[in-house]
Ligand binder design. Sequence first.
Ligand code: ADP
Ligand code: ADP
Ligand code: ZN
Length: 215
Amino acid sequence: MRLILLGAPGAGKGTQAVILAEKLKIPHISTGDIFRANIKEGTELGKKAKEFIDRGALVPDDITVGIVKDRLSKPDCKNGFLLDGFPRTIPQAEYLDDVLCKMNMSVDYAINIDVPDDVIIKRLSGRRVCPACGITYHIVNNPPQQGDVCDGCVTGVVQRDDDKEETIQKRLIAYHEQTEPLIDYYKNKGKLIVVDGTKEIEEITSEILKAIGVV
Ligand code: ADP
Ligand code: ADP
Ligand code: ZN
């Protein structure tokens, strides 16, 4: 199964991606995670991406498509993959179609996790992540069991720099201008699935699995 998760920043793409990738036994590919790993390691790609991420802008397409192409050519993507946070612009979606076409593949479904802006703002401002293992929490909706340390590795959870108030607003504007048009792009191809992202995490997972014909 070749799947794409669409949705505003904070819609719950990463949360669902981790669960779905495990259930469907396909790799979870998050461009945001790849950028953050590069920033942490101080690579050239990381330095370039950081400039854009810090100000709530999208990283330019020419940088982003290259890393996705490399990742999709790895052997673990042969039997499917789950893209989380890519594509985020129409040119990225066209590029993806092209790359997959050359590999005799195509996207099966694009799943839009629909969440209104007021809920998004609460989700992003309450999001906390484990800097060691990357698990995502929410201070109200999904807190770590012991308050502020990761359930898995007991590291203190932190707020992402781009989850600060000023940057959240900019990311939402970028979403509406550049990413939202992808909903129609996949609708026109007959590949769009829409789920109500304001429901409980488990309920959203089962709706997605039902919609893609699993279980
Ligand atoms: P979120 O989970 O809040 O949607 P991500 O972790 O997916 O955020 O991405 C963090 C940041 O990385 C984005 O705000 C953007 O600057 C950059 N980024 C991630 N994926 C892409 C992409 N496909 N195109 C351009 N920029 C991207
Ligand atoms: P994205 O990857 O789309 O940016 P995340 O998966 O990181 O979104 O989720 C954003 C925040 O919202 C996190 O703090 C997460 O714990 C929380 N969250 C995710 N899904 C739900 C949900 N269905 N209900 C309530 N909170 C959620
Ligand atoms: Zn951890």
